[in-house]
Design a protein around this ligand. Structure first.
Ligand code: RRO
Length: 291
């Protein structure tokens, strides 16, 4: 499927995802009300990936919720990213009381809203938010995590996540607050936040794989891992699955290539599987070997 944020903000974009060969899709992270987002330029393709500081532009929860209910040919993921605990709970109550029958991806990791730190880096806040979330929300729910970089942090956050009936975690959101510079002009390339933004694409694949692997190893097996980060071709997809991913999301490459990325990546993955003699995903999922 797409990664949340990529080609999933407007009705026309979502219609394209529905028609594509992706098995499902996820909507742009939503807030209670429409948001314009940060000033442009706010997304730039880079040689090895992308940088963005979109600032959560979206049409508001009602739009994405109604779209998901109306277009249920594909049971989709609805992404929610309230800027406060109250906003998240209000949106979840709305979804709980609706006919929505897909999965909710609660975004704990938007790096680009000025003055709002990524919830997933505050372990106490994550735990208390999840306690409240599961007291109001009874449908299938998972969380979109920021990338972690320290073994102790993986253990600490996994211990918290294991206390909740999560259906999945999505690893990872962009690596927050990177800085890309145009050497010729001696300028940054995006306008918001003096050029600081979330990094995606090739730059982040090793970090994404590390996160998929750690959470696959540390989480209860009922909590599935969705891999996201640097998937450009069949080999990248294979590596994510080898680390333990059960589903895959494509972000930067989908922006660069459009819908044909899904078919191409799947075809390349099937080719690798054939060469290796694997007939199903289960033949190699999670089976990464150590030396
Ligand atoms: O809209 C954004 O700036 C954004 C979000 Br909500 C997110 O979760 N990840 C990202 O890279 N950008």
């Amino acid at each position: 499927m797409n990664a949340s944020g990529v080609w999933c903000r407007t009705e026309a974009e979502l219609d394209e995802l529905i028609k594509s060969s992706a098995s499902t899709f996820v909507t742009k992270s939503s807030t209670l009300e429409f948001r314009e987002g940060n000033p442009e330029p706010r997304y730039v393709d880079l040689e090895l990936g992308s940088i963005n500081s979109m600032g959560l532009p979206n049409l508001g929860i009602d739009f994405y919720l109604n779209y998901s209910i109306k277009n249920n040919q594909k049971e989709n993921f609805l992404s929610v990213a309230g800027l406060t605990r109250e906003e998240n709970l209000e949106m979840l109550e709305k979804v709980q009381n609706s006919e929505f029958s897909g999965l909710l991806e609660l975004n704990l990791s938007c790096p680009n809203v000025i003055g709002k730190p990524q919830v997933g880096y505050d372990f106490d806040a994550t735990k208390s938010l999840l306690e409240e979330v599961f007291s109001v929300y009874k449908k299938p729910l998972g969380v979109k995590l920021p990338p972690y970089f320290d073994i102790v942090h993986f253990q600490q956050i996994a211990e918290i996540l294991n206390q909740f009936p999560l259906k999945f975690v999505t690893c990872v959101n962009s690596i927050g607050n990177g800085l890309f510079i145009d050497t010729d002009s001696e300028k940054v390339v995006i306008k918001p936040k003096n050029g600081f933004g979330g990094i995606g694409g090739k730059y982040i694949k090793p970090t994404a794989l590390a996160n998929v692997r750690q959470f696959y190893t540390l989480l209860n097996p009922e909590i599935k891992v969705i891999g996201c980060g640097g998937i450009e071709n069949g080999k990248d997809a294979f590596e994510h699955i080898l680390c333990g991913a059960s589903m895959l999301q494509v972000g930067t490459q989908l922006m660069k290539e459009g819908m044909s990325a899904f078919d191409r990546i799947e075809k390349e993955l099937r080719e690798i599987m054939k060469q290796k003699g694997y007939s199903t995903i289960e033949d190699f999922k999670g089976k990464l070997q150590s030396l």
